[in-house]
Write a protein that binds this ligand. Structure first.
Ligand code: DAH
Length: 339
């Protein structure tokens, strides 16, 4: 039995010498030390030995097992180290290669313009209010003096969720929500997204931005409206800018007007941007209609006010000379990186 044991030991150690991979190593381990391994099956036969012989052979067998195990461990370590060294060799760093560029995010031109506008109005004492983009028909139309079947409804191609719920077509409903919840004096703006079911082209987008304004107090007149909006336009585009008001019609204001400003590209001389007229249309405005005040529980005999609504996209496009509104909503990095 002793001879057999040393024979196995020699054979195992010999085989281990030519091992190159971890899987080969494992195969050798199983062959000798596994449950059905050669050394193990010899040890099973120890029952047949005499009581004197048994401890001696047992000791020898254990020594052989330990010896084989140690060898396996050593070879395993060597193989792993060799593999690591080879991997490092393969992964040489070429320090002459150009590095990977990290692209830094940029502010969107719409966001930049809105922030500019908000800053100016806040400096003039306006608060900023928000309203829902999914709006009740009542707030978007009815309370603003636009009943069902009113011709003004067909001017705004509305996305209807159902008979009573729409995607807001304007930021004007925020006026109503604020007047319902706050007592005058009120001085607020509300920037936000609006939606119209227009097919997208260079000048139309089913989604765009407006900035609404509302001022309500005792004794507010059209002169306050003009002074406020003129001051805003000068702060936004410079002192040289001039404004003019043209009569217009909105169901929720009376009288109503549109404000034009001298073209900030050609300073009024006439160019491609202002189509030669020297003027650019900036917003709609007017004195809040007495019926709209009444709809919100405000007495038009005591209070009056003015309101206005900017098309923000138009202002952005004019400011940066962008000729297609769709660029503002396509998230094309080649476009956005220019700001
Ligand atoms: N809501 C109007 C629109 O979408 C813009 C507007 C005009 C808002 C006059 C106003 C206003 O508050 O007084 O065309």
């Amino acid at each position: 039995m002793k001879n057999k044991l040393s024979e196995i030991s020699e054979k195992a150690l010999n085989e281990l010498k030519s091992i190159l991979s971890i899987s080969e190593l494992e195969a050798v381990r199983v062959k000798y030390l596994g449950k059905k391994g050669e050394l193990t099956s010899i040890l099973r036969g120890m029952g047949a030995l005499s009581p004197e012989e048994r401890p001696l052979i047992g000791k020898l067998a254990n020594e052989i097992r330990e010896d084989i195990e140690k060898n396996i461990e050593k070879i395993s370590r060597e193989i792993k180290e060799k593999e690591k060294a080879e991997k490092l060799e393969r992964e040489v760093i070429d320090i002459s290669m150009p590095g990977r560029k990290k692209s830094v995010g940029k502010r969107h031109p719409l966001d930049l313009t809105l922030e500019n506008m908000k800053d100016i109005f806040v400096s003039m004492g306006f608060s900023i209010e928000e309203g829902p983009e999914v709006e009740l028909d009542y707030y978007n139309f009815e309370a603003l003096n636009i009943p069902k079947n009113h011709p003004a409804r067909s001017e705004q191609d509305t996305f209807y969720i159902n008979d009573n719920v729409v995607l807001r077509t304007q930021t004007s409903p925020v006026q109503i929500r604020v007047m319902e919840n706050q007592k005058p004096p009120i001085k607020m703006i509300s920037p936000g997204k609006v939606f119209r079911s227009d097919a997208a082209d260079a000048t139309h987008s089913p989604i765009f931005y407006q900035l609404e304004g509302l001022v309500i107090d005792k004794g507010i007149t059209f002169a306050d409206l003009k002074g406020t909006l003129e001051l805003f336009a000068k702060k936004m585009y410079g002192d040289k800018l001039q404004t003019k008001f043209r009569p217009h019609h909105f169901p929720f204001t009376e009288p109503s007007a549109e404000m034009d400003a001298t073209c900030f590209v050609c300073q009024g001389k006439g160019c491609r941007v202002c189509k030669g007229s020297g003027w650019i249309e900036l917003l709609g405005c007017g004195m809040v209609h007495p019926q709209v005040l009444r709809n919100c529980g405000i007495d038009p005999e005591i209070y009056s006010g003015f309101a206005f609504g900017f098309g923000v996209d138009r202002m952005v496009m004019l400011k940066y000379g962008i000729d297609d509104i769709r660029l503002l909503y396509e998230s094309d990095m080649r476009f956005l990186n220019q700001f």
